[in-house]
Design a protein around this ligand. Structure first.
Ligand SMILES: *[C@@H]1O[C@H](CO)[C@@H](O)[C@H](O)[C@H]1NC(C)=O
Ligand SMILES: *[C@@H]1O[C@H](CO)[C@@H](O)[C@H](O)[C@H]1NC(C)=O
Ligand SMILES: *[C@@H]1O[C@H](CO)[C@@H](O)[C@H](O)[C@H]1NC(C)=O
Ligand SMILES: *[C@@H]1O[C@H](CO)[C@@H](O)[C@H](O)[C@H]1NC(C)=O
Ligand SMILES: *[C@@H]1O[C@H](CO)[C@@H](O)[C@H](O)[C@H]1NC(C)=O
Ligand SMILES: *[C@@H]1O[C@H](CO)[C@@H](O)[C@H](O)[C@H]1NC(C)=O
Ligand SMILES: *[C@@H]1O[C@H](CO)[C@@H](O)[C@H](O)[C@H]1NC(C)=O
Ligand SMILES: *[C@@H]1O[C@H](CO)[C@@H](O)[C@H](O)[C@H]1NC(C)=O
Ligand SMILES: *[C@@H]1O[C@H](CO)[C@@H](O)[C@H](O)[C@H]1NC(C)=O
Ligand SMILES: *[C@@H]1O[C@H](CO)[C@@H](O)[C@H](O)[C@H]1NC(C)=O
Length: 635
């Protein structure tokens, strides 16, 4: 059989067959390219809503749903009738929890034979294993069809989707026409996916309308998983489940993902979809073990001819798609990194001995005399791998290899070991008081260089999202390296609301609206500068953040500034003969970085320039008692 010509692909066939059995039914349905429209007949464009169900594993929090539709959490929470007092919280959603998500519906010209189609175009960036079909039916829950995606993205070849590339997904929608508006009963046509357990009465009552009104718009031959448009005069008050008690007085205290416990459940679900690199490898391994050829053949033989043809066609597209990207992926990584054996890592870390724990879930391990930092992760490793394989810079911690422990569903990333530990321990921990102003400035410049690199020289841009003193490591020469790309995100100005990051360093606009941009790293970097100058922690015992306290320092005359600055400066550097000009310079940069308005924060390029100037001031004044100056530029 053609399909199995390449023996390597055979296991993939099995896996994908198991995962996508229902493909056959999908293709048997009438093809839906979308809904035609004419801008003159209805009120285009319009703001409308889709009814979306929270669903595991990917859309069980507002943040992920917001990501999917490029809206903030607040924009979903409000129309969805969330209790106002919890709309700020990061409470997870429960499966099937109803949401109303706002979209902008337009009437879009396709080409002369297709005419215009009514949809809201959403950008979606592909990860490994994604196909038009998978994203339409699973991520977007049938709010669009893969056929429509093909029509809207004529230049994309569905079999050759590049990981990291994106497509516009046309989310079906309609705007009310003038008759509907005039009668005043239809201000919105909400897109709803009719589910097998639905009936017209139950749907109508959920939206506060009548079955008749629904059939007037959609006809009366509605089958399961059809998109329908529910005419309403105002948004329905969805009934939301009782919320778990939230701790309203405490600020949200986000935890970095890497320190979270292993999520086995997620791992198992993840397997089906086969996202992370580990998932991919595991699928390959599993696939090789599963000798299910006979049963598959039987199933294929049992299919009706037509279905089989359709199945073959669809499956081959999927397969080629998945196979190509999987192979490409794995090859990329295998080439670049060492692949360690789990036994090797166990031995290196004395079976993950607590005494070798460096921080979070990172262990120190020795393999063949080389010391490494070994991070134990759940399946989220893919993001970090994806980002790290693109970056290579002396001020970023280097990834040396990885390891997949299929049995325990764990993944390990193996990094270079950075001898002198985190900046945090040098500023606030055991090694407090041992950093001169000069070393601090050097560290600031190193970190700024690393950030400038990821912001300016990677495509798409990378935002670290968790810059803080404990993610800055110092090597034997006290040069700084940025670690922990576990939360990093590619792409800019995306809206995301996995509240990640660390209290005291998070930019205010990210907390309130989830806006991700390089400017949030600039903010966190500003906080690190403040730590370097003041020796104080980013957040004090009372939970007050450092950046909010430094507002007035730079007001008044030069003398006043210097006096105020002295009050704030770390006693440990006050003792040395520092140039106040240099410190003042850095303070000015820090305060610019923590501006509440992201638009007013400098870029990393400006910051590197300003800091180097500060460094020059220092070296011009006196080189006495200072160690020789290493070169400014990163290695
Ligand atoms: C499609 O939309 C364009 C404007 O976007 C309009 O000029 C054109 O007439 C429309 N075509 C049809 C068939 O309605
Ligand atoms: C909203 O939450 C507050 C506090 O948690 C509670 O007192 C109130 O009853 C809730 N309202 C609704 C409609 O659930
Ligand atoms: C939600 O957060 C915003 C910004 O931090 C704040 O202004 C607002 O009062 C908060 N709302 C509630 C209900 O806590
Ligand atoms: C989608 O991506 C294109 C180019 O990649 C961009 O021009 C467009 O503004 C994006 N649309 C949205 C809604 O982000
Ligand atoms: C989308 O529709 C297909 C059938 O057409 C169904 O099997 C699948 O479960 C639906 N997806 C969701 C998320 O409901
Ligand atoms: C219009 O678009 C469809 C789908 O992309 C394509 O099959 C068709 O050939 C196009 N027609 C013209 C005239 O470009
Ligand atoms: C519609 O579904 C509801 C529950 O979802 C059920 O109580 C009702 O009897 C159903 N009505 C019809 C006509 O099937
Ligand atoms: C508006 O839409 C309704 C329902 O689809 C239809 O019956 C009516 O003819 C439309 N009116 C106009 C002016 O297109
Ligand atoms: C209703 O739709 C189904 C498929 O969606 C089709 O097979 C059937 O013929 C339709 N029935 C009528 C009366 O149009
Ligand atoms: C709120 O959270 C803090 C720490 O996160 C905890 O000490 C406190 O008991 C919590 N209060 C309530 C009412 O749960």
């Amino acid at each position: 059989m053609m399909l199995f010509k390449t023996p390597f692909l055979f296991p993939l066939v099995v896996i994908f067959f198991l995962c996508f059995q229902n493909l056959i039914q999908i293709q048997a349905q009438p093809v839906n390219y979308g809904y035609s429209c004419s801008p003159s007949q209805a009120n285009y464009p319009c703001q409308t809503y889709v009814f979306f169900r929270a669903m595991g594993p990917d859309s069980l929090d507002l943040a992920s749903v917001g990501d999917l539709f490029s809206v903030s959490r607040k924009m979903i929470a409000e129309p969805s009738n969330f209790n106002v007092s919890i709309s700020n919280a990061t409470s997870p959603l429960i499966p099937d929890q109803p949401l109303l998500v706002p979209i902008n519906c337009g009437c879009n010209f396709i080409n002369s034979s297709f005419g215009n189609l009514s949809y809201a175009g959403l950008n979606f960036t592909f990860q490994s294993g994604d196909t038009f079909w998978k994203v339409s039916t699973q991520d977007y829950q049938n709010l669009t069809t893969y056929q429509s995606v093909e029509v809207v993205n004529p230049t994309l070849v569905p079999e050759k989707l590049q990981i990291g590339s994106s497509a516009v997904f046309p989310i079906f929608c309609k705007c009310p026409n003038s008759t509907q508006l005039q009668q005043g009963r239809t201000n919105y046509l909400i897109t709803y996916i009719y589910h097998p357990e639905d009936n017209l009465t139950s749907v109508a009552s959920r939206f506060g309308t009548t079955p008749q009104a629904i059939t007037d718009v959609n006809g009366n031959n509605i089958s399961a998983f059809d998109p329908i448009f529910i005419p309403v005069s105002r948004l329905p008050l969805l009934s939301q489940p009782a919320v778990p008690p939230t701790n309203a007085s405490a600020p949200p205290a986000p935890q970095p993902q890497i320190t979270s416990k292993d999520d086995r459940k997620g791992a198992v679900i993840g397997l089906g979809i086969g996202l992370g690199i580990c998932g991919i490898l595991l699928i390959l391994v599993l696939g090789l073990c599963l000798k299910r050829e006979r049963s598959l053949k039987k199933k294929l033989a049992g299919m009706k001819d037509v279905e089989k043809r359709q199945y073959d066609k669809g499956e081959r597209a999927l397969l080629k798609d998945a196979g190509v990207s999987l192979l490409a992926d794995v090859a990329d990584y295998l080439d670049k990194y060492k692949v360690f054996d789990i036994e090797e890592l166990r031995e290196a870390t004395a079976d993950f001995d607590e005494n070798l724990l460096i921080q979070g879930s990172v262990y120190k391990g020795t393999i063949d005399g080389e010391v490494y930092a070994i991070k134990k992760m759940n399946w989220n490793a893919y993001e970090e791998l994806k980002i790290l394989q693109k970056v290579n810079h002396g001020n970023l911690v280097k990834l040396e290899g990885f390891c997949i422990d299929a049995e325990e569903a764990n993944c390990y990333l193996v990094y270079e070991y950075v001898e002198n530990g985190s900046l945090n321990t040098w500023l606030h921990g055991e090694k407090k008081g041992k950093l001169s102003w000069k070393s601090r400035l050097r560290i600031a410049i190193d970190v700024a260089n690393g950030l400038q690199y990821i912001h300016e020289h990677t495509r798409p841009q990378v935002v670290h999202k968790d810059i803080k003193s404990s993610n800055i490591l110092l090597d034997s020469n006290m040069r700084a390296k940025i670690a922990n790309f576990g939360l990093a995100k590619t792409g800019c100005n995306a809206i995301t609301m996995h509240i990640v990051g660390t209290q005291g360093y998070i930019a205010p606009e990210y907390l309130t609206d989830g806006v991700v941009s390089t400017k949030m790293d600039v903010f966190s970097f500003g906080v690190v500068l403040l730590e370097l100058i003041t020796g104080k922690e980013a957040i004090d015992e009372e939970g007050k953040v450092l950046w909010a306290k430094v507002g007035g320092i730079l007001e008044g005359t030069e003398d006043k500034k210097v006096n105020k600055l002295r009050e704030w400066m770390d006693e440990d550097i006050l003792g040395e003969t520092v140039s106040m000009e240099s410190v003042l310079n850095v303070m000015t940069v820090a305060i610019a970085c923590v501006n509440r308005d992201p638009g007013k924060r400098p870029s990393m390029v400006d910051i590197v320039y300003a800091l180097c100037k500060s460094d020059d001031v220092l070296s011009d004044l006196s080189e006495e008692g200072l160690s020789p100056r290493p070169p400014v530029t990163a290695r």
